[in-house]
Design a protein around this ligand. Sequence first.
Ligand SMILES: [Zn+2]
Length: 187
Amino acid sequence: MLKAVEEKNIRPEKEANEVRACARACALPSHVDFSGDDFPVQYSEVEWRKRLTDLQYKVAREQGTEPPFRNLYHDNKALGLYRCVGCLTPLFSSTDKYDSRTGWPSFSKPIDPRTLGEHRDTSYGMVRTEVHCAVCGSHQGHLFPDGPKPSGLRYCINSASLKFEPADSVETILEWVRAWYTPQSAQ
Ligand SMILES: [Zn+2]
């Protein structure tokens, strides 16, 4: 993964250029072959269409991209949990969300790296790291090496791939995450 991230080499000198370059990279849809993956949660195409809105389907299942600044969560500053729109796996916490000024929700890290799969995406003459839900395969966005310290990572995610649940405290978010990891029978 790190090699793929380093290879991207999209670090212009000035910050403004950096934001513009990242915005350009984010805006492109991905064309990654997922055919070799075996995701724990699987639905038929008919079922996916029923579960998701047209926009959610286009982004999460067809690796589309929403326009910057015109998506549900780019400016959402509320405390809460961001789940995968396809299978409700907790992917990101608002406590790791920051304003990258790119117009897409940006996170410095996932709740649990195991929930996100990565693919090298070489479409449009760039090398980018595509990220998707490791549980159901829904496309989430891209990973860039220009995030805030200490991770230095920026998960540039589509709002349409996420479902936000507002929480009253950080403890509540942690509780929801714990609940997701606890088998139904043990709850
Ligand atoms: Zn999922």
